[in-house]
Design a protein around this ligand. Sequence first.
Ligand SMILES: O=P(O)(O)O[C@H]1O[C@H](CO)[C@@H](O)[C@H]1O
Ligand SMILES: O=c1cc[nH]c(=O)[nH]1
Length: 284
Amino acid sequence: MSPNDQWVKTQSQTAAYHINLTGEEISNDIIIVGDPERVGTIGERFDEIHYQKSNREFSSLGGRLNNKQLTVVSSGIGVDNIDILLNEIEHVVNGNSQAKRTLNFYRLGTTGGLQRELSPGSVLISEYAIGIEGLMHYYPIKYSDEEKNLALSFKQENFLPTEIAAPYAVRKGSKILPQFPKAWIKGITLTANGFYGPQLRDGAHGLSKKRHSIEELSQFSFQNLALTNIEMECSGIYGMAKLFNHQAVTICTVIANRITGEIASDIKGATNNLIDHALEVITT
Ligand SMILES: O=P(O)(O)O[C@H]1O[C@H](CO)[C@@H](O)[C@H]1O
Ligand SMILES: O=c1cc[nH]c(=O)[nH]1
């Protein structure tokens, strides 16, 4: 047993330390949400629930919807939790077996819109994620040329303080949801390592050290794709999924437009619409 195995399996012989799930409990299709409460909201739509668990920010359930076995798990906020979640899932699912399972990760989240026309309730699908939080610099991921070019062209805009980790870019899995509803808007998602300063909001007392405005940031584009939104997990999920040869997609509902300042009057309603719509697409 490697030192890593010992960490992952401290709680029992088979369940991972933080997520408290075994490989058998995890289906090949995994929905990841930030908010633990959203796990139950999704479970309410299932035809059958097989288990429900909770440890720290990682609430989970397994069940069936429209003849598809699904695992739903919350990550809490931020890419630091994605590092734990995807490593522990990989460990318990593929750590000991010769026959490697390929997993599909679907992130259903909320996000800030970076284009004027993205009113609250708009649904976005992330073709690329740009991570400015540093996670993937710790792993031997192999980027495609287009991912390298996207990261480089974002870096050259000099949006970021030089002290922060260099931006990296990862594309959505090519085999997951190749077709999706026309109403979903495809774009580039920026994944930040905080909600306030790192998303160009003032901190408490108006404290801030911004190098540029949100409007300037929103002008960035690559291969005719606009920078559509900003949130806190997508790049980590895309990066870790690519590292382990899995497939990942992020679908988010806009709850705040960062250009117009509009905020959704019914955030729960917008999130429920996203869940209903996405579950239909994922399970049919
Ligand atoms: O609604 P979720 O999925 O948590 O996503 C977004 O909301 C949180 C911030 O409020 C961050 O986790 C961000 O990525
Ligand atoms: O503006 C937003 C809205 C939701 N989640 C974020 O991370 N940012």
